[in-house]
Design a protein around this ligand. Structure first.
Ligand code: CU
Length: 238
């Protein structure tokens, strides 16, 4: 993991001058030719203390396709709190560990048994993109429950949208980023309780991360490009 992070940093450092001059950026040229870059993420439960998370067991799968600067997003998840909105984001930055949080991230915040959004930030990094149902898809809409996709009465969620405003810098590093789904009705009363409020300034139940997955480049994986970004790594949380 350390090797990969270092290589990722080096690769990005090499890319930065190219980003400053878009006409020369190979990734940009790549996109302008209409090639699709395909990414996927398997979403697994965030490892809260099972005694505190009301038996949450959220799993899912995300497919992202980037074509000409547009990001087509498809997420299917199940095991969610029924009939409630679930905030969903792409998280990440190179300064973070860029991995889904392990149990060691439970400490801190309003509950030491739960991995609150802020608890997990050193692992998956800040919100970069919001999978909203309409309007703003930036981090600014990250806590807007009004435009968050809603799970059905069986706790299933299906989300599809073409995102038009994802910054190029993010599109270029999608395979270093994560998808996180939030929201758990901890006391099963059919609503998100207004309290406690976490360090994020949001009600704990609405913001609690419940599933996380690392994005990987499906094509790079299939082509086996050997420039140090291979994704043969396991899901260890080290
Ligand atoms: Cu999030």
């Amino acid at each position: 993991m350390r090797n990969r992070s270092l290589l990722t940093v080096l690769a990005t450092a090499a890319l930065l001058p190219a980003l400053a001059a878009p006409a020369l950026a190979t990734d940009r040229d790549h996109r302008d030719r209409g090639n699709a870059e395909r990414y996927q993420a398997r979403l697994d439960p965030v490892p809260h203390d099972p005694r505190a998370d009301s038996g949450s067991d959220v799993r899912g799968f995300a497919k992202l396709v980037e074509v000409d600067g547009e990001l087509r997003v498809q997420v299917k998840a199940y095991g969610l709190s029924p009939l409630l909105p679930h905030l969903m984001h792409i998280h990440g930055e190179l300064e973070a560990r860029n991995e889904c949080p392990g149990p060691e991230f439970r400490a801190g915040g309003v509950n030491d048994q739960l991995i609150e959004t802020v608890d997990g930030l050193p692992a998956y990094g800040p919100i970069q993109v919001t999978f909203s149902t309409e309007g703003d898809t930036s981090a600014a809409a990250g806590l807007n429950l009004d435009t968050a996709p809603v799970a059905d009465r069986k706790g299933r969620l299906s989300y599809q949208r073409v995102l038009l405003d994802v910054p190029d810098e993010l599109l270029d590093e999608l395979d270093d980023l994560h998808i996180v789904i939030h929201g758990e009705d901890l006391d099963d009363d059919g609503m998100y309780d207004p309290e406690p409020i976490t360090a994020l300034g949001a009600p704990l139940e609405a913001e609690l991360p419940v599933a996380c997955g690392e994005l990987e480049d499906r094509d790079k994986k299939n082509r086996g490009h050997g420039h140090g970004k291979g994704h043969d790594k396991g899901h260890g949380h080290g």
